[in-house]
Design a protein around this ligand. Structure first.
Ligand code: CA
Length: 228
């Protein structure tokens, strides 16, 4: 169960520590040093969890979280707040602002990983555990897993998102630009051929399960998922 995690923290030592801890769990890490940077990034990129420090230049983490909760795109984003303070009032204020959980500095990498896992599990349970079947593929969004004949197909986080998105509308063709919008987020600074790279990886994984023909290239148009 891997995810894209945004880390909002101005101290590079702590940022590096967090990055190291959560990349070890296979997550992809994006980072921001200020609330403004974080806010701009969240307009463009899709992330699954945000880790927000309380003390940030140009506005507190608390203010950022309140703002994110008011905006549709990030209203339900799981947020872990970091705080150097341990007074009960501060923790309460953090949770009141809309953070889902908090961690007091200094914390251990193990503790951080456990909190991130718990947040992801909760938010994915929330996705109602939908299961879709397209041709030979069974796509389980709660388990974040694709199986063919009961065997799991090993896919990275982005590949899983890409194929899950295509599975929502089987047979419909999506252009590379549309896929970038839906899977990476509107305005993500990523080249269209990145989509091809991920499609290639998915095909390779599906090929070992003899199921690669379900992911089809439509010349001049894009990609689709279809059992035809
Ligand atoms: Ca800080």
């Amino acid at each position: 169960m891997t995810a894209r995690v945004l880390v909002v923290e101005d101290e590079s030592d702590i940022r590096d520590l967090i990055r190291f801890a959560i990349e070890g769990d296979g997550h992809e890490v994006l980072d921001a040093e200020t609330t403004l940077q974080a806010h701009q990034l969240l307009q463009m990129e899709n992330v699954d969890v945000a880790i927000v420090d309380w003390m940030l230049p140009g506005g507190s983490g608390l203010e950022l979280i309140r703002k994110l909760r008011r905006e549709e795109r990030t209203a339900a984003l799981p947020i872990l707040m970091l705080t150097a303070r341990s007074e009960e009032n501060d923790v309460a204020a953090g949770l009141d602002s809309g953070a889902d959980d908090y961690l007091i500095k200094p914390f251990s990498p193990r503790e951080l990983r456990a909190r991130i896992r718990a947040l992801l599990r909760r938010s994915r349970d929330f996705d109602r555990g939908e299961v879709r079947v397209v041709g030979p593929l069974t796509i389980d969004s709660a388990a974040h897993q694709i199986t063919v004949d009961g065997k799991a197909v090993p896919l990275g986080h982005t590949e899983f998102r890409l194929i899950s998105f295509l599975a929502q509308h089987p047979k419909r063709v999506y252009s590379r630009a549309q896929l970038l919008d839906h899977v990476w987020g509107p305005g993500a600074l990523i080249e269209e051929r990145t989509v091809d790279v991920h499609v290639l990886r998915i095909r390779k994984a599906l090929k070992t399960a003899n199921a690669d023909s379900v992911l089809q290239t439509v010349r001049g148009a894009g990609y689709r998922l279809s059992d035809d």
